[in-house]
Write a protein that binds this ligand. Structure first.
Ligand SMILES: Nc1ncnc2c1ncn2[C@@H]1O[C@H](COP(=O)(O)OP(=O)(O)OP(=O)(O)O)[C@@H](O)[C@H]1O
Length: 267
């Protein structure tokens, strides 16, 4: 079992990704696909007159402030355009893909965080009305049911709170939770960079390998949202996933490339 998370940043080649996924699936590789949609969500939010707002916590993590309207735009893009775009590509390639959000069947369940602390102009402010959370429980039973019946699950945030409210969860960390829940042999986090760069955006500064026990000490190289990927990788290896790869989703055969060790390999 492998879990592949493909981001939603600009430059990602979704056709190449789906061709690779479909070929591997036909060869018998069990797989779950998780995806993002941040760039398109920003574009649609601007177009709808509700521009995105990002907050940086005192510990340096950046996240989308998700009020109810943002959550609805987020769902339109993640559960709509992005999810169905991937499912359609896979269906055209003969793979019976099923697209679900973390709300469906309580696939990604966690605690609703209504408040977020944000550093603005050197001061810490508390913002209320946030719909975010962290995945604490994965509905493994539903995933197994689908996989055992021959369906390829294509999963996306949002998740669901214990009270049944939609919450924006980080896609990389959700993918890590799925990989741990399914005891996957590998988690591939594919985005629009070659891997974790020591000196972002210099692509020649790729870090080829990170020992599993030292992932968190590499957080310092990651800026803004890359930090969540590094955190997700740490959570996956701590949860028993043997290998995590930060790979490039702009290339042909991006899944095979990451599986063969191209990118940043954590093990
Ligand atoms: N040290 C670094 N190495 C590589 N990328 C970095 C680094 N620091 C910051 N980044 C940024 O992290 C981005 C990848 O994270 P991001 O969450 O934006 O991507 P994604 O997973 O494709 O999107 P989504 O949030 O839609 O799933 C890169 O596009 C890059 O701009």
């Amino acid at each position: 079992m492998i879990v592949v998370k493909v981001g939603g940043s600009t430059g990602i080649d979704y056709d190449a990704l789906c061709e690779d996924v479909a070929a591997l699936w036909r060869e018998g590789q069990r797989l779950v696909l998780v995806h993002g949609g941040s760039a398109e969500t920003n574009r649609v939010a601007e177009a709808l007159g509700h521009p995105p707002k990002f907050v940086t916590s005192p510990s340096g993590y950046t996240s989308r402030f998700t009020d109810r309207e943002t959550l609805e735009i987020f769902e339109m893009v993640y559960c709509g355009k992005q999810n169905k775009g991937l499912v359609e590509r896979l269906q055209r390639l003969g793979v019976n893909a099923v697209g679900l959000s973390g709300l469906d069947g309580r696939l990604f369940e966690g605690k609703h965080k209504d408040k977020v602390r944000s550093v603005e102009g050197g001061k810490v402010k508390v913002l209320r009305g946030d719909h975010t959370g962290t995945v604490e429980r994965v509905n493994t039973g539903l995933l197994t049911l689908l996989l055992e019946s021959g369906y390829l699950p294509v999963l996306t945030p949002p998740g669901v709170s214990f009270e049944g409210v939609a919450i924006n969860v980080d896609g990389d960390r959700a993918a890590a939770a799925v990989a741990v829940a399914l005891q996957a042999e590998a988690l591939l986090l594919l985005s629009n960079v070659p891997g974790l760069l020591r000196d972002f955006p210099d692509e020649a500064s790729l870090i080829p390998e990170i020992p599993a026990g030292e992932v968190e000490s590499y957080l310092g190289f990651a800026r803004d949202r890359m930090k969540k990927k590094v955190l997700g990788a740490a959570e996956a290896v701590q949860g028993g996933v043997k290998r995590v790869v930060f790979g490039d989703a702009r290339v042909r055969q991006p899944v095979r490339a990451a599986l063969s060790g191209r990118g940043t390999v954590v093990r």
